[in-house]
Design a protein around this ligand. Structure first.
Ligand code: A2P
Length: 272
């Protein structure tokens, strides 16, 4: 049974159901942003080697002086880093940047390098995954997963490896509901994490979202983040502004089934 405020991976590890996203927060701003998030009750921080902010994310967490097990830290293997030894090395760089002994969740950032989207890197992903399985079995990571993986990208790992990914972190927001990928992940007990739950801010002035937020007496951002939870995904909202960091964690309302269906029918308004 699902516990309030928690998702549970298939290996029993628990992850707080809202994460503080740090994509596009520069290293200079990451210390203040993460400190503000921790001060306001976030206990789940999401970063990546590619974000170039791990040093200050880690410093903020360490300086906050919560017990290490009180904070859930995710980081990611860079999208262009494929292969067994390369993965072990990148992991060492990440834990050294963060100044931690272990990671709670480590993800393959993408199935292909960002400069070669769509390239078939199956063999490289399998080798990286085997390295992550080793780090997991050695107790250096509590859960392992992927990001931006399609059904076939995940299936390739299932066919060749031992451990089913515990999470897949994907872009997910009102208008981009990823129906078949969500069903595939549910079938394999893979938690779906929603990055860009506000479509990087681009859906917050959409008239149907404004209208429904008003109906519930919440802000458009709160509606968007709550939608992710109602759809069974784990949102990772990002902000550097204290009032918005607080707002994004205050989600004490539910959206009716009928209104979820209305939101599901909204088309993707985001411009890439
Ligand atoms: P800021 O950091 O100035 O708050 P996403 O999480 O989908 O990537 O969206 C992040 C973007 O949305 C950032 O530009 C962020 O700006 C903005 N944002 C985050 N929270 C809110 C909010 N509650 N209201 C309005 N904009 C927000």
């Amino acid at each position: 049974m699902a516990k309030e405020g928690i998702f549970t991976f298939h290996n029993g590890v628990e992850i707080p159901d809202i994460g503080f996203g740090t994509w596009q927060i520069p290293n200079e701003e990451a210390y203040a942003a993460v400190t503000t998030a921790l001060e306001n009750g976030y206990t789940h921080i999401d970063t990546a080697l590619a974000y170039q902010n791990e040093e200050n994310v880690g410093k903020a967490v360490r300086d906050f002086r919560l017990a290490r097990e009180e904070v859930f830290i995710t980081s990611k293997l860079p999208a262009q880093t494929k292969g067994y030894e390369e993965t072990l090395q990148a992991f060492e760089e990440t834990v050294s940047n963060l100044g931690v002994d272990y990671l709670d969740l480590y993800l393959i950032h993408a199935p292909w390098p960002w400069t070669e989207i769509g390239k078939d890197c199956t063999e490289g992903n399998i080798q990286s995954w085997k390295a992550m399985e080793r780090l997991y079995n050695d107790g250096k990571i509590r859960a392992i997963g992927v990001s931006n993986f399609s059904e076939s990208d995940i299936q390739a790992l299932l066919d060749a490896c031992d451990i089913v990914p515990m999470a897949n972190q994907i872009p997910f927001y009102i208008g981009r509901d990823q129906e078949s990928l969500l069903a595939f992940c549910a079938k394999h007990n893979i938690v779906v994490e929603a990055y860009s739950p506000l479509a990087t801010g681009q859906i917050l002035s959409s008239p149907p979202i404004l209208e429904m937020a008003e109906k519930y007496g919440v802000t458009p951002a709160q509606l968007c983040i709550r939608y992710c939870l109602e759809r069974g995904t784990l949102p990772l909202p990002k902000s550097t502004n204290e009032a918005r960091i607080i707002e994004n964690s205050q989600l004490d309302f539910t959206i009716s089934k009928e209104d979820i269906e209305t939101l599901d029918a909204i088309e993707d308004v985001r411009e890439d």
